[in-house]
Design a protein around this ligand. Structure first.
Ligand code: FMN
Length: 205
């Protein structure tokens, strides 16, 4: 059983990393393998809507997106951590997620998702909403905690003083571990839910 933790902050040891590491400790205690991937220091551009991925199943820009895609395919859960920039996930994460979710066609259903938002002060719930939309369009259950998934801090590392935020990270990680283990048992017993052919209507007909 494996979880990927993706950090989109340009700071490898900033507040997003503090939150992700707090979750990582719990995953390890739960016997779940982890891989932390830092994408925030990479040059990741946005989607150009070329549609090539429709034929190839991968993005025309051969960068972190194509590198992470096979790891995403084989993992049981994934956590996206972002600093809040102007009350949204940072541009790096949005570019990464648009291309990762659009270009990959493997079955993402029942992989558990969670997000972590780190902010000095405001915009965390708006950021939380944006990230959760990638999970919930993909049949991915979302692990929740005892508050919305955020830690607070301005200067790098300041989030380590956010006692309530870090406790919530541990709770989310425990809940996520439980969900992944339960889903693994459920898959064995019942298999994945039936899939209907997708009806595409574009709102006009
Ligand atoms: C371009 C930019 C925009 C930011 N916008 C916000 C914001 O909207 N709300 C907020 O509370 N903090 C904002 N911040 C502060 C960061 O979200 C905060 O310092 C965060 O903890 C950084 O996480 P990191 O250390 O993992 O990079 C902004 C920082 C930058 C560089």
């Amino acid at each position: 059983m494996k979880v990927l933790l993706i950090n989109s902050s340009p700071r490898g040891t900033g507040n997003t990393s503090v939150a992700l590491q707090e979750m990582e400790k719990i995953f390890r205690e739960e016997g779940i393998e982890t891989e932390m991937i830092h994408i925030g220091n990479k040059d990741i551009r946005g989607c150009i809507a070329c549609g090539k991925c429709g034929q190839t199943g991968k993005c025309v820009f051969d960068d972190m997106v194509n590198e992470v895609a096979p790891k995403f395919e084989s993992c049981d859960g994934i956590v996206f951590g972002s600093p809040v920039y102007y009350a949204s996930p940072n541009a790096t994460l949005i570019a990464f997620l648009d291309r990762l979710f659009y270009s990959t066609h493997f079955d993402k259903r029942m992989k558990v998702g969670a997000c972590v938002c780190s902010a000095r002060r405001g915009g965390t719930t708006a950021t939380f909403d944006v990230i959760n939309k990638y999970f919930t369009i993909s049949g991915m259950p979302v692990a929740s905690g005892q508050y919305w998934n955020s830690v607070h801090g301005g200067a790098p590392g300041e989030a380590s003083k956010d006692e309530e935020g870090l406790q919530n990270m541990r709770v989310i990680a425990r809940n996520m571990s439980f969900l992944m283990k339960s889903i693994a048992l459920g898959k064995e017993k019942y298999g994945l839910p039936e899939v209907e052919p997708h009806a595409w209507t574009n709102f006009i007909r």
